[in-house]
Every structure is written in C-alpha cells, then in structure tokens.
Ligand binder design. Structure first.
Ligand SMILES: Nc1ncnc2c1ncn2[C@@H]1O[C@H](COP(=O)(O)OP(=O)(O)OP(=O)(O)O)[C@@H](O)[C@H]1O
Ligand SMILES: [Mg+2]
Length: 112
C-alpha cells in the first residue's frame, strides 16, 4: 500500500475530488494547509511597502491506495492539477505498512 499526499491549488480541489471518486478510490482525506515551495510564497507591493507572503493556502489530499493503482492515480492528479505555472504543487509517496478498519478489525489491503 502507498500513501499519496498531493498538495495542490485550492481551485483544483473540486475537479480532483470528482476525478478520484470516479476512479473509485477507497477513501480520501482533505486538509486545508499553508505552505511554500522553493519561491517561498510571493512578494507584493502595497502603497510603496513590500509585503512578503511566506506561505500560500493550498489543499492537501491524502489517500492510501494498493500498489498497483499508484501510477494511475498519480497520472490523474497531474492531469488535473498541472497548469505549468509556479505553485502547481507536489505529490509525495510513502510506503504504508498496515491499515486497520476499526469497525471490523480487518487488516491490510482489504481494510482500505
Ligand atoms: N519539499 C517540500 N516539503 C513539504 N511541502 C512542500 C515541499 N515542496 C512543496 N511543498 C508544498 O507544496 C506546495 C506547492 O509547492 P510548489 O508547487 O510551489 O513547489 P516548488 O518546488 O516551488 O515548484 P514550482 O517551482 O513549480 O513552484 C507548497 O505550498 C507546500 O505546501
Ligand atoms: Mg513554487
């Protein structure tokens, strides 16, 4: 099992959620977050003053998927979240060692 953490632009939440649910993912968790990438946010000039915004609002979508579905889901996320401009976001992938459905005590992939 793999955990996918995708950090995307807030306006991509709805289309991404629709696409992932259409692909019948097992479940997902959504967080509103603040973050920055290598540009450290952005700089704005207001009435002669420089304001540096270090972090920008983003949406984090977390889902755990069977190994064989990883690439398909990464492709879906990219196809929706990519605009080609700075700040499109990032996808982190980590190994998940177990999953437990609390209601039934099922373990592993069948509990996803
Ligand atoms: N190395 C990182 N660790 C944790 N979170 C990150 C990391 N890089 C990016 N993020 C998260 O992803 C969001 C979007 O990052 P962003 O797309 O700006 O990355 P980038 O490396 O600056 O790429 P780009 O040059 O395309 O803007 C950030 O606001 C932050 O929440
Ligand atoms: Mg950036």
């Amino acid at each position: 099992m793999k955990k996918i953490e995708a950090i995307v632009r807030p306006e991509k939440l709805e289309p991404l959620k629709d696409a992932l649910l259409k692909q019948q993912v097992n479940g997902l968790t959504i967080n509103q977050v603040l973050g920055c990438g290598k540009q450290y946010g952005f700089t704005e000039y207001v009435r002669g003053n420089t304001i540096i915004m270090n972090t920008l609002p983003k949406i984090e979508i977390m889902l755990v998927v069977p190994d064989e579905r990883l690439e398909e889901i990464i492709e879906t996320i990219i196809s929706i979240a990519q605009t080609g401009k700075f700040g499109d976001g990032k996808i982190f992938v980590t190994e998940v060692t177990d999953c437990i459905r609390i209601r039934t005590k099922e373990r592993g992939e069948k509990a996803l």
